[in-house]
Design a protein around this ligand. Structure first.
Ligand code: FE
Length: 393
């Protein structure tokens, strides 16, 4: 049996944030990131709405990008002291992901982080609180997904936690929040959304419930990302919805090895984090070339090319046309084409290649990739994304 799970309510459109006025509850904890939501006045708005709803609110602020296990455990401790019946997370992927993980440790204080690394192994939530998510970036789709990415800084590894228990109860997708994104973030998060939709569409878990969401998201990203990057507000709004739909698709159809590679390379190098969406944007064309050797995947990539109106008549040519399109997106969005170009030092890349290849193969996202991959193949694929080589294996 397969399962398709989404939040019960998704409020979307301009001023949908005001829906918070009608929230029913006693106490809410509001989990926030670095401070942009406060600077742009959204925190004050949320607090005023919750006051109108007669809900007492406490803040957990300054969740760092790529939130750590420690941040999660500290936040859960604060929740235990306060006892909220709503967890509200607002901001980019990081505060929302952190809040989802805090939720588990709030409801089950004795659980260990190692107990929830295994996908779909969480205990039942909602005994203490429900979860409401308000995204401010247009990429992760985390407001509708069963995922949370938490970083173990000691091991230098990102863990994609997965369980339908952490799919939020309510999402508020208000485009006003996404208007504040700077161009670089717009590009990276937009390419993350595209990668979600493409990987979900070709995933071994794809199906009739997720296909339309994935395909529509791909079409919308194609239409709106470049204009949104240039600052067009109407396009920004559409990207905010597109990334949410991509989230709905991949939350249920899962992802593939583009994400496996992004998770494991992201925090691995001493030259600094590779932003998640940037890593995906670099890797996706190479992964498509690798996966397209599996016929059923190639047919699906060709269907995407067809939907985008760039089909050339044969599956092989269509896959190529789609890869070329991705190359052009990266050009237009000032995203490098290789890890070398991104600035990863060759010596460090080669030194860590074996370990990262192994870690990427065992990432949870590898399981739903349409073509199998072993460690040797992953090493060759990583080499290709570093040097910009053709995929012929
Ligand atoms: Fe992603």
């Amino acid at each position: 049996m397969k399962r398709f799970t989404l939040p019960r309510d998704i409020y979307w459109g301009k001023d949908s944030l005001a829906e918070l006025k009608k929230l029913k509850g006693k106490k809410a904890v509001l989990v926030l990131g670095g401070g942009s939501m406060r600077r742009f006045g959204f925190v004050d708005k949320v607090l005023a709405y919750l006051k109108q709803a007669d809900i007492e609110t406490e803040l957990i602020e300054k969740i760092e990008p790529d939130p750590s296990v420690e941040t999660v455990l500290n936040g859960a401790k604060k929740m235990l002291d306060f006892g909220p019946d709503w967890i509200i997370a607002m901001g980019g992927g990081s505060p929302i992901d952190a809040a989802k993980a805090m939720w588990v440790f709030y409801e089950y204080p004795d659980i260990k982080f190692e107990d929830i690394i295994q996908p779909f192994s969480f205990p039942e939530l909602r005994k203490k609180a429900k979860f409401l998510a308000i995204p401010s970036t247009s990429g992760t789709g985390t407001e509708v997904t069963a995922f949370s990415v938490i970083t173990d800084n000691k091991k230098g590894i990102k863990y994609p936690l997965a369980d339908f228990n952490i799919t939020p109860d309510v999402a508020i997708v208000d485009p006003a929040l996404a208007e504040t994104m700077p161009p670089k973030l717009t590009a990276y998060t937009g390419m993350d959304a595209l990668t979600h939709a493409v990987e979900a569409y070709v995933s071994s878990m794809n199906g009739p419930f997720t296909d339309p969401l994935a395909m529509q998201a791909i079409e919308m990203v194609d239409k709106y990302l470049e204009v949104s990057y240039a600052g067009n507000k109407a396009a920004r709004e559409q990207m905010h919805y597109a990334q949410c739909m991509a989230g709905m698709a991949f939350s249920n159809a899962l992802l593939g090895i583009t994400h496996s590679m992004a998770h494991k390379t992201g925090p691995a190098y001493s030259t600094g984090h590779i932003p998640h969406g940037c890593a995906n944007a670099i890797y996706l064309p190479y992964v498509i070339a690798y996966n397209a050797r599996e016929k059923s995947a190639a047919v699906r990539y060709a269907a995407i090319a067809g939907r985008l109106g760039i089909n050339e008549g044969s599956v092989r040519a269509d896959v190529k046309a789609f890869c070329k399109k991705l190359y052009v997106y990266n050009e237009k969005l000032s995203i490098p084409h290789t890890l070398k170009e991104f600035g990863i030092r060759e010596e460090e890349f080669l030194q860590k290649l074996d370990y990262i290849a192994g870690a990427a193969v065992s990432d949870a996202c590898t399981l739903s990739n349409p073509r199998q991959i072993n460690k040797e193949q992953m090493k060759r694929l990583l080499n290709a994304v570093y040097y910009g080589m053709e995929i012929n294996f």
